[in-house]
Structures are given as C-alpha cells and as structure tokens.
Design a binder for this molecule. Structure first.
Ligand code: DC
Length: 237
C-alpha cells in the first residue's frame, strides 16, 4: 500500500456513531487497498437476530450471553450477489444478511451489545479475524479495545440530523417505511446508549484521527486517507 519507504499498515481501525459513514469509508478503503473488511456491527446484529428468532428475552443477559458464545456465525465477501449487499452473513448456515437490517434488530441491538459477556465473545472473534493482517475493521471500540495497537485509527462522525437523513434514505431504498423524525429519535437514542454504556462506550481513541463526514462524500474522505497514509510524515510515513 504505502510507498517504498514504509511497511504496509496491518490494521486500520475505524470507529464512530451509527450512520456516520464509517462503514462506507471502511469498505471503499478496503477495496482500494485490497484489504479484508470487517463490519463488527453485523456481529452484534447477528446475535440480536438469533435471540429474537429463538425467542430469548433480550433483557435476559445470561441467556443472550450464552447464545453469543454458542452462535455459529460466518462472514464472507459478497461474492457476486447482486442485491446491494456488501458482505454475506450466515448464522448456522442460513443467509441472514438482510435480516440484520430490520427495524426490530435496530431497536434491540444496543441492549444486546451493552452486555459484557457478549462483547467479550465478539471481541475475541474480531481479534482472531484481525490476526489475518491487512484488515480494515469498523465498529465502536476497535481503536479503544479490540485493536488498541492498530497503527492507523480513524474516528468518523457527522451531525445527528445528517446521519438520520442518510439512514432514512437507506431504509427507503431497501423498501422499508422510513420516517425521518422517528429515525432521528432512534439515532439519538442509540448514540446515548452506545456512548454511556459501562463496557467499551463509544469514544475516540486518544490517538485517533477525527473526521467529520457531514459535508464530505465517502469517496473524498477515502482519497484523503489514502493520501495521508501514502505520504511520509516526519520521515516515518
Ligand atoms: O454499526 P451498527 O449500527 O451496525 O452497530 C449495531 C450496534 O452494535 C450498535 O448499537 C453499536 C453496537 N456495536 C458495538 O457496540 N461495538 C462494535 N464494535 C460495533 C457495533
């Protein structure tokens, strides 16, 4: 990736709130660099989907944690599926990629992801994925907890109104009913839960580079990041 004088970056950690554009930036960056891409939010969503499916009470922390340990989850590249997906998620061999995006999963995933035991199990799996190297990993705690030694950490934000606008558009494009005011309320509610939870709250790592995507399209952000990592800084990078 980088120029002749630098080693390739093994891991790029990207964090930020819901609909901040971090997943799009991460995916495009991974494509441009020929890196693996892991959207860790889909793992918490898969646990939530399985709990709902198996009628495990979302408030039952012990049962949801047990399920997180037992869940057989696989994440693959999209591999030619032409339905707009960016990757494929299987649980126990079943393709649940689109099930992860339903309003019911949205409404329950913050609670599931607040459970310590669930987080510990997902972090273990995420670190194993990171061991492969040449990975772009996106989430809420990648730079702070999952991969604190990642050589490049980005924290991407955008105003709540802009994030709600994007999510409303995504929802409509996916054929769901989308009301901007409801979505804005949900974005604010999830920000509150994600950033105030006891375990691994959403916050930038001390050494993360902060990027505001409110007025910048993802492609421009990706170009800026590529330029940054390909230009030597202080003679090192
Ligand atoms: O990015 P997303 O909307 O798909 O994330 C779904 C939920 O999972 C969200 O409530 C935050 C949580 N999450 C987390 O706690 N840690 C991560 N690394 C990724 C997502």
């Amino acid at each position: 990736m980088a120029n002749e004088t630098t080693e390739p970056i093994a891991m790029i950690a990207i964090d930020g709130p819901a609909a901040s554009g971090k997943s799009t930036v991460g995916r495009l960056l991974a494509e441009r660099l020929h890196y693996l891409y892991l959207d860790t939010g889909c793992m918490y969503r898969a646990v939530t989907w399985a709990a709902l499916q198996q009628k495990v009470a979302i408030g039952d922390e012990t049962a949801v944690t047990q399920l997180a340990h037992d869940i057989q989850m696989e994440i693959f590249p999209a591999n030619g599926e032409e339905d707009g997906r960016h990757y494929t998620v299987h649980v126990a061999g079943q393709d649940i990629t689109w099930e992860l995006r339903t309003p019911t999963v949205d409404a329950n995933v913050s609670q599931v992801s607040s459970y310590l035991g669930v987080r510990q199990e997902m972090v273990k799996r995420q670190r194993a994925f990171g061991q492969r190297g040449a990975v772009v990993m996106v989430g809420r705690d990648i730079g702070t907890v999952v991969m604190p030694d990642a050589p490049l950490k980005l924290y991407i934000t955008a105003s709540a109104e802009e994030r709600a606008r994007r999510r409303t558009q995504d929802r409509s494009e996916q054929g769901h009913i989308a009301n901007y005011d409801d979505i804005l309320a949900d974005v604010l509610r999830r920000d509150q839960i994600d950033s105030s939870r006891t375990h691994s709250p959403l916050r930038p790592a001390a050494d993360a580079i902060r990027i505001d995507s409110t007025d910048q399209p993802p492609a421009a952000i990706v170009n800026a990041i590529l330029q940054m990592i390909q230009e030597p800084v202080n003679g090192n990078r």
